[in-house]
Design a protein around this ligand. Sequence first.
Ligand code: PLA
Length: 432
Amino acid sequence: MFSGVLRAHTTASRVTSKAVFQYSSLNGGKFVGCNLQRGFHGWGNVPMGPPDPIFGISEAFKKDDFPKKINLGVGAYRDDTGKPYILPSVQTAEVELLKQDLDKEYLPMTGDAGFRTEATRMAYGDVYDSIRDRLVSAQSVSGTGALLLSSRFLSKYYPSKDIYVSNPTWGNHKNVFSNAGLNIKEYRYYNPVTKGLDIEAPNDSIVLLHACAHNPTGVDPTHAQWNDILRVVREKGHFVLLDMAYQGFASGDFARDTYATQLFASNNIPMFLCQSFAKNMGLYGERVGCFSALTASPEEAARFESQLKILVRASYSNPPVHGARIANFILKNKNLRSQWANEVKGMAGRIISMRQALRTILENDLNSKHSWKHITDQIGMFCYTGLNPEQVATLSKDWHIYLTKNGRISIAGINSSNVRYLAEAIHSVTSH
Ligand code: PLA
């Protein structure tokens, strides 16, 4: 064992601090600890955190070497052979972009302007032209990044710090919002007594809504219910934060999935929108998203944008370039865009057929005494099965099938080769 002394000088204050490093010869000379004399005694105060409820499952899945294991945790699309799917339209865009020999310079703080225009036009549909001069947008680090910008902006400038989210909601909403200093409150999404939507929040609250393909329930409001929500939002003066991570995955049609976005925007409801191209373009790791804010006037939009830039600059300076180029290329090219629309229809269609297959095997082949109608009633990438945490644990322990504790399964992880095994497992854990 020996000690070394490190002296650090700060020229501004001429303060000298000493740090005593300890090396252990018994530990192969490896650094084993550091005792700073000025009061820092290491990270002893840092508690061990729990694994992420969704990504933690992928880690557990990877460690399992059982050949028939199934990962139904994260919502990442797989093809019918269980492989990640790179959309052919994305491949074409990448090849074409490579030919253009583009540089890798920094993007502006709000990102690629062409991409932002195309992305927001796609989300606001027919309403876009009437709001474009009041719409502020920033390319974001996927959907989560858009939520991060939303929550930081709200935390700084919105009068109330309470944000109402559906119970249940995507687990990470709560992390993102509370990290930005917002208080999480819940509204009951579905009222079993009235069999309707139940959004109770005091006047002027921030209310988070899932624009389409609600995660985790797979239950979206009908158009009539969206109209009811609009009425409540108006009467109570709520601020709407719309999370749209699955455009195209609810109905298989981009335009049809914009009902909520268009409804709120055309009624001039103060709102933010968070878009993700992770799922509908399969650009998960490229982190392509868009934040947009509907403001009251072009003048307000200019002030808003100035602060948004400051927020982005302090957070990550500017967004990544590659994924947004791919998305922009597809959105701008008529042929490629319609090819992409068909590919999304194909993904949504495969998910629907897997819902049907799972339900049919459970009800008809295995004669389950439970109804599995909700598997086919629900939409989007997920099914909220109703399995309890104990049944979920048995599925992973005895069957090597991984899903989130709340009983959510990613239908995108089911294919023709594993659907029967999955049905047998679900039947087994629900038969007692
Ligand atoms: N909003 C909702 C409702 C989501 O479900 C997800 C992703 C996001 C935003 C953010 O996605 P992005 O940042 O990748 O664009 N939810 C996944 C993955 C698919 C995750 O948990 O991050 C899920 O399995 O729920």
